[in-house]
Design a protein around this ligand. Structure first.
Ligand SMILES: Nc1ncnc2c1ncn2[C@@H]1O[C@H](COP(=O)(O)OP(=O)(O)O)[C@@H](O)[C@H]1O
Ligand SMILES: [Mg+2]
Length: 254
């Protein structure tokens, strides 16, 4: 652990009825970086995110979060909603935007302290909250669509809105499971640029299959295969690794 570490994953193993989805996974994530977890289907990537946010309990091992200006905390054993409140957000693969609300209304809903839809819609956000929402929407390139109904956004724009809805809560870490899924090349590229922008103010943990996307914006890449880490490092070095290449060979990039 050094001062730049924001998350330490210590010897995590997860067994589902004797089948090990993760075995002795040990790594650390540095603050203000984009850290990718890649690997073929079934490698254990989603399980690892489930462990970090305490949706799944590890069979052994712990995860420690080193927040800025606060004491380190052990995430293992904590309640899921508590982890979110401590500053670790997660965007799931299934969309969760309200299609009948505008982009801005969706953002207001995501703000901390606004409990429930009624309250969020009828209670006007403060000037400070409004300017914070503007600031975040700019980061994901949706400031011009602020008053657009979310339902008519393109697939890519909906994904960016979901990222923005996480960011508005000022997380220290944001976890994204396949944020570029279903996107074409230009939208995927733009997503990469967005991740590079948001890492300035938070740490980004991301699962993705598109190798061009990985090369575009990864600071660190951890490769999982059958529940174990088989390589870790910068994108260039990791993707040139013979073991990594053989793991992907014949499986495509999914
Ligand atoms: N709740 C569960 N019960 C049993 N097996 C599971 C469960 N969750 C995941 N697995 C298994 O663990 C392995 C890793 O799954 P997952 O983490 O979803 O992989 P990835 O996201 O890399 O595709 C897979 O073989 C999967 O079938
Ligand atoms: Mg998965």
């Amino acid at each position: 652990m050094n001062t730049a570490t924001v998350l330490e994953i210590k010897d995590i193993s997860v067994s589902f009825d004797g089948f090990f989805a993760l075995s002795d996974v040990k790594t650390s994530v540095r603050r203000n970086t984009v850290h990718f977890f890649i690997g073929p289907n079934g490698a254990g990537k989603t399980t690892l995110l489930d462990i970090i946010c305490a949706k799944t309990k590890p069979t052994s091992g712990t995860v420690v979060f080193y927040p800025k200006n606060r004491k380190p905390m052990r995430l293992t054993g904590m309640k899921e909603h508590k982890i979110v409140n401590e500053g670790i957000g997660r965007k799931f693969q299934v969309p969760s935007v309200f299609v009948n609300l505008t982009v801005e209304e969706n953002m207001i809903l995501s703000l901390k302290g606004h409990k429930g839809i009624r309250d969020s819609i009828f209670k006007k956000p403060s000037d400070e909250e409004r300017s914070h929402i503007n600031h975040i929407l700019k980061k994901v390139g949706l400031e011009k669509q602020m008053h657009t109904r979310a339902g008519i956004l393109s697939h890519g724009e909906k994904q960016w809105l979901e990222i923005a809805m996480q960011l508005v809560q000022k997380p220290e870490i944001i976890m994204l499971d396949e944020p570029a899924a279903g996107m074409g090349k230009p939208e995927t590229f733009k997503t990469g640029e967005i991740l590079k922008e948001i890492k300035k103010s938070c740490t980004v943990i991301v699962i993705e299959h598109d190798m061009d996307f990985v090369k575009q914006c990864a600071d660190t890449v951890t490769v999982l295969h059958e529940g174990r880490i088989i390589a870790e490092g910068g994108a260039g070095e990791v993707l040139a690794d013979k073991t990594v290449q053989s793991v992907y060979l014949g499986r495509g990039e999914e």
